[in-house]
Write a protein that binds this ligand. Sequence first.
Ligand code: SAM
Length: 190
Amino acid sequence: MFPRITDYAHQLLEQRIQPGAHVIDATMGNGHDTVFLAQQVGETGKVYSFDIQQQALDSTRQLLVKRHLEQRARLFLQSHAMMDFPAESIDAVVFNLGYLPRSDKTITTQAETTIESIKRALRFLKVGGLIVVVVYWGHEQGKIEKQAVEQFVEGLPFPEFMVLRYQYMNPLNQPPFVLAIERRRRPTVD
Ligand code: SAM
């Protein structure tokens, strides 16, 4: 059987993240991706996780402690549109767009801030690094965000960047999909 779409996101990240890696969870939520990333980076790596809701930080911290992984992650109560890291210092970034499940559905990622944070993430990314975005577009804001994200990633210059899409084609109700951006090389200067 085909796996869930989020499993593809994890497979892509798993292949790319080595022990000692520095990675970002741009939408912490309940902490499932942060825990997954903390397992991948090992004892010498670090996960930097962002969310704008205190509830997300509390749930994520709880989950990390339960798995004895809290030393591997730093949690920020801050928009991902404000994240700042040195250029070429990050191995992978994951975005899980939308709202926190079983929570306030009006607090959701937004097209403008998501695009700004993807732009920032592209600067932090090492050559060979990966950004994975899981796009949920079953809600109104999600449809606007989907369009903006698609337009932005389609315009990324090749061969500096390569963009991949995984999507099941026939389920009803706007099935989520995965976009992955690989930074392949620095821009060539003539
Ligand atoms: N990856 C999460 C997990 O494993 O549980 C699920 C993420 S949930 C679909 C999306 C999250 O993005 C919500 O918790 C929401 O608060 C957060 N979010 C919305 N806008 C944000 C922003 N500007 N910066 C950071 N997080 C944001």
